[in-house]
Write a new protein. Sequence first.
Length: 345
Amino acid sequence: MVNLDDTNKEFHNELKNISNNDELTNLQIKYLGRNGIINDFLKKINDIPTEEKKEYGKKVNELKNSFLRLIEVKRKELSEKKSDKFFDSTLPGKTFPIGSLHIVSFAIEEITKIFEKIGFIRVSYPEVDWEYSAFEALNMPKGHPARDDFETSYIDFPENLKFGKMVLTPHTSNGQNREMKRVGKPPIRMINISKCYRPNWDATHTPMFFQFEGLCVDLDINITNLKGTLDYFAEKYFGKGTKTRLRPHHFQFTEPSFEVDVTCTVCKGTSKVNENKCKVCKSGWLELGGTGMVHPNVLTEGGIDPKKFSGWAFGFGIERVIMMKYGLDDIRNYYSGDIRFLEQF
Ligand code: FA5
């Protein structure tokens, strides 16, 4: 008898969860089919003591009739539910938003491909690194005033006797010494793309930003090679006809050093000084970033003989090249998480 009560409970539980006709038919077969649970109970009647047989048979039949009734009620319920709903098969299907690469990730892929085509190898060095890689190895010993330009954040971490403190790298130039040591002997053709940190916040500066750093070291490398590579990049990334120019500058780790400008992507370099024709550039040129011939001290620190080998390096901001390419006016939008801005690209 206990079995019958348990079966009744189980049936009710299962019936509660039925949501369509197929499931209901399966339930009916399970309990009321030829090899179903109710028939199993009936087959067991021979094992029941004679004086209990009548009572047992009655209970099994009541259970069977109750199951039949409940199944019929459920079937009706399901068919009514179905007919409530009007299904218009001519309506267009639901579309789900399709994700795409973030504007910065997309630029990183584009830039990587441009440099890989001319034999540069993409690397990514730590964004949290020793003071040594970020400064000392770049001809900026402890206390050198040139370090101030990089407004560096220091990590609260035990100082290393040789490598100094840990910093959030303010530039990707920390990859120069690491790459020289990784490769060992030139030729080196590196494109290092990584996150950098400086405490700035305005339309052209964010506290976290990306730089891409080119480094080329080999026999007889000179400024002509540098200029040719910059022209190649400018044409490929900004479009045909884009030109570059070098302006004298100072970096502690390059000698000579330059700032690179490219012809304005909006007026195509047609604006003249004081003419005020183009709102984006004003004089036909836009500043791209820093570059120069690798300083002999930097080569030596990387284990490369500066009397035999020479090289050049550059470091540009990813957010900045995107800004120039699309004529945008505030790089903080890239990181605002506003999908209306991001889905335009
Ligand atoms: C440097 O960081 C040098 N390491 C570049 C270099 C490498 C020179 C190799 C010579 C040889 P600079 O501080 O100018 O240089 O930064 C380079 C570029 O990084 C800037 O032109 C700018 O586009 C970008 N940048 C710098 N700070 C920020 C910031 N807070 N937010 C967004 N972009 C920034």
